[in-house]
Write a protein of this length. Structure first.
Length: 157
């Protein structure tokens, strides 16, 4: 056998072996895909009522006043209404669901009214400002705060 024939036979045998093994590799089953994983669901953070706040308000107010004279028995009732506006500042502290707070406010008013006594004299009333200082205790249900509030109020007439 000559060397050319030997090299050709070796090349033919090597090519056949490569073809056989590559055909077998292509016939292997595909690997299984990993099972699907559910996406991670993040719970939204629970709202926290702790902190300091500042706010303002505008509106209208109304009130009624009455007077009586114990000597003559004369009496009268009159109403007053007008602008009211101001601001407030406060702070809350949340401990689990319990919310404690304090708030102060101040409002300028234009509440004015007048009436007459039994002698036809004019009686005027004017509330220039109001202010409160209050405490608060409440229960937080995420973004809902149910609370009670109490304190002291002041006004200038």
């Amino acid at each position: 056998m000559n060397s050319r024939a030997f090299v050709g036979g070796v090349a033919l045998a090597a090519g056949s072996l490569l073809s056989i093994f590559s055909a077998q590799a292509a016939d292997l089953p595909r690997p299984h895909a990993p099972p699907p994983v559910a996406p991670v669901a993040y719970a939204p953070p629970v709202y926290n009522w702790s902190g300091i706040y500042v706010g303002g308000n505008l509106g209208t107010g109304f009130a009624s006043s009455s007077w009586s004279d114990p000597f003559t028995g004369a009496n009268n009732t009159f109403s007053k209404d007008g602008f009211i506006g101001g601001g407030q500042i406060g702070a809350n502290w949340q401990i689990n669901a319990l919310v404690l707070g304090i708030e102060g406010d101040f409002d300028w008013t234009g509440l004015k009214g007048s009436g007459h006594d039994s002698l036809a004299n004019t009686i005027n009333t004017n509330t220039q400002w109001t202010s409160t200082v209050t405490g608060r205790i409440g229960a937080a249900f995420d973004r809902l705060l149910v609370y009670g509030k109490g304190g002291v109020a002041f006004c200038a007439r």
